[in-house]
Design a protein around this ligand. Structure first.
Ligand code: PGA
Length: 276
């Protein structure tokens, strides 16, 4: 897994444009330079007909969310469909996972080069469902992030604590442990990533973290990024984000957008989140 990090511009600065003043309330000028990113995670939902309708709806309404970068992470078989539909739009697409390996006898795996073949801009890595159901370790997640970078794909590295860990007051320790091998890839690599804080207890439960709870963890992550020299990296919040709670989350100084599961399956709702 060779890297050519120096050749790549930073993820954060590459796409930055000034935020509309009205959207920057409560955020510093520095925070406003991290362009908001709202990314859908379709998980294992959809089908060709339903996807076509959803993608059409997203493209029709994307103009209303012009201050925000929009993306969808679709199941592997639909990458070609996403590329075909979104190719001439402002909406980018990506995958929900990637192999840490380049190629070889890894039945069922999909390499970063294959994702690049479908012009993926993003891939999620380390989503809590993969950590929990597929035994992905912090080290494996970091290796996947490195594999994505080596293929020119931006990894969206997901971290988050379980309810038991939050109740045991070790949220920040868990996040630091999950991030450690990722940060060990070095500032140049981390600058080309996006991070996502997704408390496990908030995913798919309808129970979002409060803006203050989320901001507190985002600030902890920002501190670790800044210490590394990667302060401008975008940090998304994920976990039951919907139009009704997005505005209060987005006003927080270290929340740079959202990773949206359930609400990304309905075009109008997803676009409302992006338009707040
Ligand atoms: P949710 O999922 O928005 O349905 O809670 C978020 C995620 O798992 O990325």
């Amino acid at each position: 897994m060779s890297h050519t990090m120096a050749q790549h511009k930073t993820e954060s600065t590459e796409r930055s444009t000034a935020r509309e003043p009205a959207q920057a309330v409560g955020r510093t000028a520095l925070a406003a330079s991290r362009r908001r990113l709202v990314m859908g995670n379709w998980k294992m939902h959809g089908g060709r007909a339903a996807n076509a309708a959803l993608l059409r709806g997203l493209m029709a309404g994307a103009g209303g969310a012009a201050g925000c970068e929009l993306a969808v992470c679709v199941p592997f078989p639909y990458l070609a469909q996403a590329r075909e539909a979104l190719g001439n739009s402002s909406i980018s697409w990506g995958a929900q996972d990637v192999s840490a390996h380049d190629h070889g006898a890894y039945t069922g795996e999909v390499s970063a080069a294959m994702l690049a073949d479908f012009a993926c801009r993003w891939t999620l890595v380390g989503h809590s469902e993969r950590r929990a159901m597929h035994g992905e370790t912090d080290q494996l997640v970091a290796a996947k992030a490195a594999a994505a970078l080596a293929a020119g794909i931006t990894p969206v590295v997901c971290v988050g604590e379980s309810l038991a860990e939050r109740e045991a007051a070790c949220t920040n320790d868990v996040i630091s442990r999950q991030l450690a091998p990722v940060l060990a890839l070095g500032a140049a690599s981390v600058m080309r990533m996006v991070l996502a804080y997704e408390p496990v207890w908030a995913i798919g439960t309808g129970r979002s973290a409060s803006p203050e709870q989320a901001q507190s963890v985002h600030a902890h992550i920002r501190q670790a990024l800044s210490a590394l020299g990667a302060g401008p990296v975008r940090i998304l919040y994920g976990g039951s984000v919907k139009a009704a709670n997005a505005a209060n989350l987005f006003v927080m100084p270290d929340i740079d957008g959202a990773l949206v599961g359930g609400a990304s399956l309905v075009a109008e709702e997803f676009l409302r989140i992006a338009a707040v």
